[in-house]
Design a protein around this ligand. Structure first.
Ligand code: OXD
Ligand code: MN
Length: 603
C-alpha cells in the first residue's frame, strides 16, 4: 500500500521498526478485504476462535494470557519532565529514563513478527472534535479491536495528510511478562508506549491512553475536556430531546445506563433513551455558550458478566454480529459465548475463559475462581449494532448537554440522587467522588477509594490542575449543564441492593431533567437539593429487595435521607484527602464548598 507522504509519520514508523525489528510492516488501510484476511490469519494461528456463524455472524472469541486480564494502574506512568506535573494520582517516570527502559525491553521484540501500522481517528474523521493517532502493534487482535473501537485506515491517513500531527503509539506484546509490563504516556511529546500486555485497556491505545490520559492534557491546554463519561439522549413524548453525560468509575454500569430501556409506562407515554456513548466524552464550549459533547469512540468495550436480556438487551443485541469476545466462556454445544448472568440455566458443556472444561456443578456465584467467564471479560462491539444508538452518534458537532451526573458505588451515606447548588459546587461533588473498586483494574475489589470525576486512573496531569480546569470551564459557559450525583448501589443491613437500578433509573433521570427545566421542587440539604420522595415516579415499580420485602415509598425515603453525622464524617475524610493526597493545587472554590458542607453538618 502506498502509505503516506507525512515525513514525521514515515520517520516514526522507520525508527520503531529499526528498534523492534519486525520481519514485515503492514499498513492498515481498513478495507474489508484486508480486515477479512487478518481475521483468517488470526483464526489460523488460534488467536481468535470463530463462534457459531449463524447465531453470531462475524463473531470471535479471544483468550488472553491469564495474567493479563485488566488494566494495570501500578504499571501505568505519566512521563513529564517535572515530576510535580504528573501529580499525586499518577505514577511518574522521567521521560528520558522511560524511553531508555522501553527501548531496552522492546529492542528486537518484533523479530519473526509483523508490525501493523494503524492510522486511527478519535471522533469522526474531519469533524471539529477529531484527533488522530497512529498505533504500531505486533498484535492482530489489537488491529481487529481498533477496527471496531475507532475509525481506522486510509481516510485517517488522508486526513493527517503530509503535514498533520498525530499521537504516536507503540505497542509491543513482547512475551506478556507482567514484571516488564509498562503503560507509558508522554503528554509533552504526544506519545504512548505499551509493553508486555495484550489486554484491551492497556493496548487499545485510542481508548484510555489517548482519549483520556493524553486528551485530558490536550484539553487542559486547548480549553476543552476529555471525560470518563457516557452520553445519553432522552426523547420526550412531545419529541423534544435532552442530553446527559454521566461519569461513573469502571464497572459501575455506564453501559447499562447509556442503553437503558425505560419502564413500560414511560415507554407507552413515548419516552425513549438513545445512546451516544458508553465510556468517554469529549466536551467543548459551543458558539451558543453551552457545552457540547461527542463520543470519540466507534464501538463498545463492555463488560460481559451480568449482561442479559433483562439487564441490558441493547448491549446484548449489539454483540450478535461483528463482535470480539475476550475471556468469556464457550458453550461448546452450539459454539456460542457464555458468561455468568447471561442465562439462568448453566450450559451443560462449556469451556472456561482459560480454555479448560468448566464444571457447572462446582459453580458458586460467590467464588470467582469457579466462573466460566473472567469477571472482567469483555465484548468489543460496533456502536452501529446498538438498537438504540442515537442518530447524533455520528454528528460532527456532538450534542448539547443539559445535565452532568456523577456517581459511584456506595453502600451507605450517599443518597439515590441530589443536585449541586451551581457549577462550582458540582465540581466539588465530582471531586468528592469515591467508589468501591471493581475487577476492571488489577488488584483487590470492593475497597473504597477516592475517584474524582471517575478519572483517577485517567487524568494525564496533576489532579489539582484538572479540578482547576473544571472550575475554569464553568467560567467559559454561559449556560452550563446542571450537575447531579447519583448512587444506585445503596444496601440494606443484609447487603441487598435497595434500589432496583437498570431501567428503573429512568425514574431518577426524569427528576433530573425536570430539575433542569425548573418544573419540580426539591428539599435543600447540606449536600444540595434532594427530591421529595413523592416526586420520584414509582408507578409500576415491582422490585423485591429481599425475600418478601417489596420496594415501597418508605424505602425510597431511606435512600434519599441525608444524615448530617455521616456527612460530617465524609467531609472530614475528604478534607484529609484534599490536604494529604491532592495538596496545594486544589482550587479555592472547592475549599469554600468543603467549608460550607462542614459548617452545615455541624449546625
Ligand atoms: C473500561 C474501564 O474498560 O474503565 O472502560 O476500565
Ligand atoms: Mn471506562
Amino acid at each position: 500500500m502506498a502509505n503516506t507522504k507525512n515525513k514525521k509519520l514515515q520517520d516514526y514508523v522507520n525508527e520503531c521498526a529499526a528498534l523492534t525489528q519486525p520481519d514485515n510492516i503492514v499498513w492498515i488501510d481498513g478495507s474489508e478485504k484486508q480486515i477479512s484476511m487478518l481475521k483468517a490469519m488470526a483464526v489460523k494461528s488460534g488467536e481468535i476462535i470463530p463462534l457459531n456463524q449463524t447465531k453470531y455472524p462475524d463473531c470471535y472469541l479471544h483468550r488472553s494470557d491469564p495474567g493479563d486480564v485488566a488494566r494495570v494502574e501500578e504499571k501505568t506512568f505519566i512521563c513529564t519532565k517535572k515530576e510535580e506535573d504528573a501529580g499525586p494520582t499518577n505514577n511518574w517516570m522521567d521521560p528520558k529514563e522511560a524511553y531508555e527502559l522501553a527501548n531496552e525491553i522492546v529492542r528486537g521484540s518484533m523479530k519473526g513478527r509483523t508490525m501493523y501500522v494503524i492510522p486511527y481517528s478519535m471522533a469522526k474523521v474531519g469533524s471539529p472534535f477529531a484527533k488522530y493517532g497512529v498505533e504500531l502493534t505486533d498484535s492482530i487482535y489489537v488491529v481487529l479491536n481498533m477496527n471496531i473501537m475507532t475509525r481506522i485506515g486510509r481516510p485517517v491517513l488522508d486526513a493527517i495528510g503530509a503535514t498533520g500531527d498525530f499521537v504516536k503509539g507503540l505497542h509491543c506484546k513482547c512475551d506478556i511478562n507482567a514484571d516488564k509490563r509498562y503503560i507509558l504516556h508522554f503528554p509533552e511529546d504526544n506519545a504512548i508506549i505499551s509493553i508486555n500486555s495484550a489486554y484491551g485497556g492497556n493496548v487499545l491505545l485510542g481508548k484510555k491512553c489517548f482519549a483520556l490520559r493524553i486528551a485530558s492534557y490536550l484539553g487542559k491546554s486547548e480549553g476543552w475536556m476529555a471525560e470518563h463519561m457516557l452520553i445519553l439522549g432522552v426523547t420526550f413524548p412531545d419529541g423534544q430531546k435532552k442530553y446527559i453525560a454521566a461519569a461513573f468509575p469502571s464497572a459501575c454500569g455506564k453501559t447499562n445506563l447509556a442503553m437503558l430501556i425505560p419502564p413500560k409506562h414511560y415507554e407507552s407515554k413515548g419516552y425513549k433513551i438513545e445512546c451516544v456513548g458508553d465510556d468517554i466524552a469529549w466536551i467543548r464550549v459551543g458558539d451558543d455558550g453551552r457545552l457540547w459533547a461527542v463520543n470519540p469512540e466507534n464501538g463498545f468495550f463492555g463488560i460481559a458478566p451480568g449482561t442479559n436480556e433483562k439487564s441490558n438487551p441493547n448491549a446484548l443485541a449489539s454483540t450478535t454480529k461483528g463482535t470480539i469476545f475476550t475471556n468469556v466462556g464457550l458453550n461448546t454445544d452450539d459454539m456460542t459465548p457464555w458468561w455468568e448472568g447471561l442465562t439462568k440455566e448453566l450450559p451443560a458443556h462449556c469451556i472456561d475463559w482459560m480454555g479448560r472444561p468448566w464444571n457447572a456443578a462446582k459453580f458458586d456465584k460467590k467464588d470467582k475462581s469457579t466462573c466460566a467467564a473472567h469477571p472482567n471479560s469483555r465484548f468489543t462491539a460496533p456502536a452501529k449494532n446498538c438498537p438504540c444508538i442515537s442518530p447524533a452518534f455520528d454528528s460532527d458537532q456532538g450534542v448539547p448537554l443539559d445535565a452532568i451526573i456523577f456517581g459511584g458505588r456506595r453502600a451507605t451515606t450517599t443518597p439515590l440522587v441530589y443536585q449541586s447548588r451551581n457549577w462550582d459546587h458540582g465540581v466539588f461533588v465530582g471531586s468528592a467522588m469515591s467508589s468501591e473498586t471493581t475487577a476492571a483494574a488489577a488488584g483487590a475489589t470492593g475497597v473504597l477509594r477516592h475517584d474524582p470525576m471517575a478519572m483517577k486512573p485517567f487524568i494525564g496531569y496533576h489532579v489539582g490542575d484538572y479540578l482547576a480546569h473544571w472550575i475554569d470551564m464553568g467560567k467559559k459557559v454561559k449556560n452550563p449543564p446542571k450537575i447531579f450525583n447519583v448512587n444506585w448501589f445503596r444496601q440494606d443491613d443484609e447487603g441487598n441492593f435497595i434500589w432496583p437500578g437498570f431501567g428503573d433509573n429512568m425514574r431518577v433521570i426524569e427528576w433530573i431533567l425536570k430539575r433542569c427545566e425548573g418544573t419540580v421542587e426539591a428539599e435543600e440539604t447540606v449536600i444540595g437539593y434532594v427530591p421529595k420522595a413523592s416526586d420520584i415516579d414509582l408507578e409500576g415499580l415491582d422490585y423485591e429487595i429481599s425475600k418478601g420485602h417489596k420496594f415501597t415509598e418508605k424505602d425510597l425515603g431511606t435512600i434519599l435521607e441525608v444524615n448530617k453525622e455521616r456527612w460530617l464524617g465524609e467531609a472530614n475524610e475528604l478534607e484529609g484527602y484534599y490536604t494529604k493526597e491532592i495538596g496545594s493545587r486544589i482550587p479555592k472554590e472547592l475549599w469554600d464548598c468543603l467549608k460550607t458542607l462542614k459548617d452545615g453538618c455541624e449546625k
